[in-house]
Write a protein that binds this ligand. Structure first.
Ligand SMILES: *Cc1c(COP(=O)(O)O)cnc(C)c1O
Length: 385
């Protein structure tokens, strides 16, 4: 029997709660270590760097949501990606998409290359990948839709290439969350999440996840988390568990609001273009209809000038000018100075991330109030100029 995603967010199959007095909310096991019942015996838990019951419960929920064999919870998305890079040896070659989260690009450019990994940045179409695979290529790393330009990559198409050659396909699924997309079902080998975003959903806790499609990958990652020590603490694990309970209704409402804002923005003469894969005119729309259950709530738009973009940031009130995404609050981000500040200028230009580009993470407020806030901000900025 297959359980619907919104139910999986709340109920774990084969969940045994009998030890916890029937507690409906999973307990927080705030302990660093666990006493052994005897020599050579263990309760299944030895030390919280290796494993902790609250973290384990969260990991089971995330593994179930992504249809993975195992999931590992880290202190942040970047901690998860940094641990993931430990799967590779100096001399290994990775093909990574050119439009990725800025922090991921910074990690690849400054840490992974220093550690001897060879990295090729591409717009990850099937043809481009085929032309750049080498004997030492070990993995392809993508996000879809990409951040912030919302390019859509056909996961299944890429996975046919990687599966044939024994190359891992790694997909950062942060932007859609497992509510709207499950890359492992489409042939990916490892899924990455910044749990700070939609999974947590409240802009109050950092976390990251790696979801494995096989026990082979899971065992390697378990060794890395045990050895390098960035496992998510019990209280933060509990906060993310609580956030996930409402993932379904948050994603639905945020997406509904996104469509309304996209419509409004599209009617403003100061807005040059709105980039949202839910639009039938978006080049990735059909692929997304095939591989995802929704289009998410991330919207990128370009206004008439750098000055206009910056003034909007100063005039929004309800909508907050802040980094991050995926929370209940609507946030507006300026990629050139925030999320992508460390990305090389040529790369930014190539990706079309100009000084007139703004990114919205649409929250779950009333769409009417969000539009009113924008409407007032737009009018004030026009009066100023
Ligand atoms: C935020 C983000 C990350 C990094 O996660 P943190 O939790 O901030 O460390 C990675 N990938 C994507 C797509 C993100 O949005």
């Amino acid at each position: 029997m297959s359980t619907e995603v919104s139910t999986k967010c709340i109920h774990l199959e084969n969940d045994s709660r009998e030890n916890f007095y029937g507690a409906v909310s999973y307990p927080i096991f705030q302990t660093a270590t666990f006493a052994h019942p005897g020599v050579g015996r263990s309760t299944g838990f030895d030390y919280s760097r290796l494993q902790n019951p609250t973290r384990e419960h969260l990991e089971k929920v995330v593994a179930a949501l992504e249809n993975g064999v195992d999931a590992l919870a880290f202190t942040s998305g970047m901690a998860a990606i940094a641990a993931l890079m430990e799967l590779f040896q100096p001399g290994d070659h990775l093909i990574v998409d050119s439009d990725l989260y800025g922090g991921t690009i910074r990690l690849f450019d400054n840490i992974s290359e220093k550690n001897g990994l060879e990295i090729t940045r591409l717009d990850c179409s099937a043809e481009a990948i085929l032309n750049n695979i080498k004997p030492n290529t070990k993995a392809i790393y993508i996000e879809t839709p990409t951040n912030p330009m919302m390019n859509v990559i056909d996961i299944q198409k890429i996975s046919r290439i990687t599966k044939e050659r024994g190359i891992w396909l790694i997909v950062d699924n942060t932007f859609l969350s497992p509510y709207f997309q499950n890359p492992l079902d489409l042939g990916a080998d490892i899924v990455v999440h910044s749990g700070t975003k939609y999974l947590g959903g409240h802009n109050d806790t950092l976390s990251g996840f790696l979801v494995a499609s096989s026990t082979e990958i899971s065992e390697k990652l378990r060794f890395i988390i045990k050895t390098t020590g960035a496992g998510l603490p019990p209280f933060d694990s509990w906060l993310i568990l609580r956030g996930i309970k409402t993932l379904g209704i948050r994603m639905e409402k945020a997406q509904e609001n996104a469509f309304k804002l996209v419509h409004w923005l599209g009617q403003q003469e100061e807005v040059k273009r709105v980039i949202y894969p839910g639009l039938t005119t978006h080049p990735g729309h059909e692929i997304m209809k095939k591989q995802s259950r929704g289009f998410g709530a991330m919207v990128t738009f370009e206004v008439c000038s750098k000055e206009f973009a910056q003034s909007i940031l100063n005039h929004v009130r309800l909508i907050q000018f802040a980094e991050s995404l995926g929370g209940v609050e609507t946030l507006i981000t300026y990629p050139v100075t925030q999320t992508h500040a460390d990305v090389a200028k040529e790369q930014l230009e190539k990706n079309g991330i100009t000084e007139s580009v703004l990114r919205l993470s649409v929250g779950i407020e009333s769409a009417k109030d969000l539009i009113q806030d924008f409407d007032r901000a737009f009018r004030e900025v026009k009066q100023e100029n």
